[in-house]
Design a protein. Structure first.
Length: 71
């Protein structure tokens, strides 16, 4: 059985500390809902929605229902 290796690199276009934090959280947790992100990162939902919108526009995060996953 082969073992899958997670690549944890930070995209160069991310300069915002909040965006970096959310992106890394999604990578290490294999995705999360906004509620899980808020609890895990102690961030407000309003801030998270803004960061997630930017990450989605840059094609770094995808949304599946209420669940967000890093690409």
């Amino acid at each position: 059985m082969s073992q899958r290796t997670l690549r944890r690199t930070m995209p160069g276009e991310l300069s915002s500390p909040s965006a970096k934090l959310v992106y890394l959280y999604l990578q290490t947790q294999s995705g999360a809902t906004v509620e899980e992100l808020g609890d895990g990162l102690e961030m407000k939902k309003l801030s998270l929605f803004s960061v997630l919108k930017t990450l989605r526009q840059r094609d770094l995060v995808e949304r599946d229902g209420e669940h967000y996953v890093a690409r």
